[in-house]
Design a protein around this ligand. Structure first.
Ligand SMILES: NC(=O)c1ccc[n+]([C@@H]2O[C@H](COP(=O)([O-])OP(=O)(O)OC[C@H]3O[C@@H](n4cnc5c(N)ncnc54)[C@H](OP(=O)(O)O)[C@@H]3O)[C@@H](O)[C@H]2O)c1
Length: 315
């Protein structure tokens, strides 16, 4: 497994890390808890040392499952979780008020069964709470030893600039893949210049870049691949087939699986510190972890970039 250093930290993170939205069991169809636990435990054997979660994933269930899985092996993983999305009825609201995140932190620590979170991230911006207030509270958590590093997620460039003028922001978690490269318009370079490690989510576009779908799949309304990742519907589906074709082509020539190609393209980009791939079972885990043992050539990286450029997928 290759490892990358998160700037200005003591963390060397595996090239493939573990995302746990799907194992929450709400937004990606049902999850098999026993299988989720054994998958997380097996991740350590592959050299995967970073797990990302959030209280909203399964409304606490993802964190609970991680807590069960890492009991006795906590030191093998860096744990990143988030705050600021609160369930409300069938939906949710963004809330980064100090008192709200103080409660969220305690609940997360309890569910995870740990005393310190390695990276605590604001999940989404909250337009109703001054960022100074939120960061002030996060700094208190740091002083109390409950949080090691502060991260933010889904912040645009101006909010990120503001946040990092107030205190050290260790990481920015954002969507980044061959299907969504919007951070290349300023965010990625700002992060590189300011030693902020980018944590890339959705590197497989929610699964489509594994090349496993021959025909466009249909997902229920409440599934992340209906409301969050648009690639399964037209006009995206037809446009991206040429990219999936080239990913498969490279995979075939290298005797790898297509998921590895998509993951390595993300992880080999400058400024990307962590690449989190959702894995629901051992099969997906072992396929994705294999990406950590090889790299794409410069020519392959560039060929994929050019095809991605031509897709014009701006959202
Ligand atoms: N900060 C944020 O706002 C935010 C937003 C989204 C995600 N995230 C984080 O980023 C993580 C990764 O993103 P993601 O899970 O949304 O998307 P992703 O990593 O692009 O896709 C993950 C999904 O693809 C399928 N898959 C994975 N590996 C596979 C393989 N080798 N072969 C076939 N199918 C495979 C699985 O779904 P199926 O088995 O159902 O096909 C899996 O759940 C999340 O788990 C979460 O921790 C954060």
């Amino acid at each position: 497994m290759r490892y990358k250093k998160v700037p200005k930290t003591d963390m060397e993170v595996s090239a493939v890390s573990l995302g746990t939205w799907a194992i929450g069991g709400r937004d990606w169809g049902k999850a098999d808890d026993k299988e989720s636990i054994s998958t997380i435990q097996a991740a350590a054997d592959f050299g995967i040392n970073f797990i990302d979660t959030a209280p909203i994933y399964g409304r606490g269930h993802s964190e609970e499952i991680i807590g069960k899985a890492i009991k006795g092996i906590r030191s093998k993983f860096y744990i990143a979780t988030k705050c600021g999305i609160q369930p409300e009825g069938k939906g949710f609201t963004f809330n980064l008020k100090p008192e709200a995140i103080a409660k969220e932190l305690e609940d997360s620590l309890k569910r995870l069964g740990i005393e310190t979170i390695d990276i605590y991230q604001c999940h989404y911006p909250d337009p109703h709470t001054p960022i100074e207030d939120t960061l002030g509270q996060l700094l208190k958590f740091k002083k109390q030893g409950k949080v090691r590093y502060i991260g933010v997620s889904n912040f645009d460039l101006s909010l990120l600039e503001k946040a990092s003028s107030i205190t050290a922001i260790t990481t920015l978690q954002v969507q980044y893949s061959l299907l969504d490269r919007s951070i290349e318009k300023g965010v990625l370079s700002f992060c590189s210049e300011n030693d902020i490690g980018v944590i890339a989510y959705g590197p497989l576009g929610g699964g489509i870049l594994t090349g496993k779908y021959i025909n466009p799949p249909r997902f229920p309304k409440g599934d992340a691949r209906s409301f969050f990742y648009p690639y399964y519907k037209e006009p995206y589906w037809s446009k991206i087939q040429v990219l999936i074709g080239e990913i498969k082509n490279i995979a075939r020539k290298r005797n790898k699986n297509p998921a590895e190609v998509a993951l390595n393209w993300v992880n080999q980009q400058e400024g990307i510190a962590v690449t989190i791939a959702g894995c629901r079972n051992y099969e997906q885990l072992s396929a994705n972890a294999s990406a950590g043992s090889w790299e794409l050539s410069l020519d392959e990286l560039e060929r994929l970039r050019k095809i991605s450029d031509g897709l014009e997928l701006e959202r």
